[in-house]
Design a protein around this ligand. Structure first.
Ligand code: BV8
Ligand code: ZN
Length: 238
């Protein structure tokens, strides 16, 4: 086990992916269960899929909103919220399920948006709506009449600039960087652990298996994050 002496001044940054929500019952992107009907999530999370079939993509996100509505944060989410009460923690997530926020984490840098965000596919109209179910079909924008769409970042779309800038800065300045439950495949999020390493941080990975970022990690702690992260925090909290 990599020896780290955390103090109340230790700057921690965390990048989470779908694996942190697996124990809550939210399917990951690339594991089994990532399928919906006969589609893979990555086929539908694109502007082209929405342009071709807005109803299908809207139904896909309604399915996921319904799924997540029945899920609760697990011990990995609550541990990260607890950590931020003891240390300066920047929580960066690729997830859109809102479970970090539900666990009490605040100031979450949501790189890829949130399932409860809805925006216009044409103008700047956007709302945050936790109600479920939404109308069966993508509603027309009340301002311009175009289809409303999920306010998430699809493949081929730019990440929110301020969020990405703040995540990049936190990664470059932290003392310890935790990579939790991500295959580290999706860019530019997957660069963040390397930015942290380049900034001199200790890099720890929590996953079921090694990933493409494992060679840069000071340690890869194998196991389900809802068990390994609480155990690590209990052994290292200042
Ligand atoms: C962009 C929202 C440019 C939607 C998502 C290089 C540079 C820049 C871009 C690219 C590049 N190379 C390729 C690209 C394009 C692309 C990309 O990265 N493609 C990949 C597939 C190669 N990137 C983009 O398109 C990005 N946009 O760069 O735009 C640009 C600039 C200016 C102007 C225009 C354009 C946008 C990417 C965002 C896509 N949106 N989500 C939605 O959710 O529907 S990404 C999606 O994948 C989710 O957010 C998910 O979180 C994310 C990453 O996946 P993971 O979270 O890692 O999940 P995965 O299933 O893969 O892995 C789960 C892991 O958990 C596994 O390792 C598993 O072992 C582990 N695990 C499982 N259970 C547990 C566990 N670990 C611990 N405990 C457990 N219990
Ligand atoms: Zn509009």
């Amino acid at each position: 086990m990599t020896d780290i002496a955390l103090t109340p001044g230790t700057r921690v940054a965390v990048l989470t992916g779908a694996g942190v929500s697996a124990a809550s019952g939210v399917p990951t992107f690339r594991g089994e269960g990532g399928l919906w009907r006969e589609y893979r999530a990555t086929e539908l999370a694109t502007p082209g899929a929405f342009a071709r079939d807005p109803v299908l993509v809207w139904e896909f996100y309604e399915y996921r909103r319904g799924l997540v509505a029945g899920c609760s944060p697990n011990a990995a989410h609550t541990t990260l919220a607890d950590m931020a009460r003891a240390l300066p923690v920047t929580l960066i997530t690729q997830n859109v399920d809102g479970l970090h926020q539900a666990a009490g984490s605040t100031d979450v840098l949501a790189l890829h948006g949130n399932l409860y965000g809805i925006k216009c596919s044409r103008c700047s109209y956007r709302i945050y709506d936790r109600s479920h179910p939404l109308p069966q079909l993508p509603p027309p924008c009340p301002r311009c009449g175009a289809h409303l769409r999920p306010d998430v970042v699809w493949f081929g779309e730019a990440l929110p600039q301020t969020v990405l800038h703040n995540a990049w800065q936190a990664a470059g300045e932290c003392d310890v960087f935790l990579v939790v439950g991500t295959s580290a495949v999706v860019q530019p999020a997957a660069q963040l652990p390397l930015v942290a390493k380049g900034g001199g941080a200790t890099l720890l990975e929590f996953n079921l298996e090694p990933t493409s970022v494992s060679p840069w990690c000071d340690e890869t702690i194998l196991g389900p994050a809802h068990e390994t992260l609480p155990a690590w925090w209990a052994a290292h909290r200042p």
